[in-house]
Write a protein that binds this ligand. Structure first.
Ligand SMILES: Nc1ncnc2c1ncn2[C@@H]1O[C@H](COP(=O)(O)OP(=O)(O)O)[C@@H](O)[C@H]1O
Ligand SMILES: [Mg+2]
Length: 150
């Protein structure tokens, strides 16, 4: 019965706010080839939105003509997402990931907290003035009691 999934996508888009929704929906469609539960799908969508918003707002400081890249890999029930920008980078990654830490006083500083609570693994690689790569890993559960219908 179980379908073995082995698939890959690469998505590139301009660093515009309206593309956050595009990224979220595209990744949701990509993972929907698994019989994923609605709550897991929601968790992935929130994590992607947070990482892509960060790339646009922080990485590119809202410059709208830069490129954000998302790479997605599905192997069996494991989803790996990479959200990549070539923006300003992060000087102190540990500090940036602390709950409620933000370099923008208008923001909550909870983006990484959401990513960490909704995904199984969050890794950040960054170089100042070169950009940031956020790697999100999630094992999709095989409990299909609340299976999404599409
Ligand atoms: N892609 C990125 N490029 C540069 N800085 C980033 C990036 N992602 C996160 N950061 C830094 O990490 C901090 C914490 O991010 P986050 O937890 O999402 O909170 P918030 O976005 O509310 O500030 C940001 O304030 C920013 O300084
Ligand atoms: Mg954020």
């Amino acid at each position: 019965m179980d379908k073995i999934v082995n698939n890959k996508i690469k998505l590139e888009f301009l660093s515009k706010g309206e593309n956050v929704a595009l990224a979220r929906i595209t990744v949701a469609a990509f993972v929907s080839q698994l019989e994923i539960t609605l709550s897991e799908l929601e968790e992935i969508k929130v994590a992607v939105s947070e990482a892509v918003s960060n790339a646009i707002l922080h990485g590119y400081q809202n410059k709208p003509d830069e490129i954000v890249t998302i790479k997605g890999i599905l192997k069996g029930y494991t989803l790996v997402l990479e959200i990549i920008d070539q923006g300003v980078g992060i000087l102190d990654i540990e500090k940036a990931m602390e709950p409620a830490y933000s370099t923008d006083p208008e923001r909550t500083g909870l983006g990484f907290v959401f990513m960490q609570s909704f995904m199984d693994e969050v890794k950040v690689e960054s170089q100042v003035n070169h950009g940031t790569k956020v790697v999100l890993v999630k094992k999709i559960s095989t409990d299909l009691k609340n299976t999404a219908v599409s």
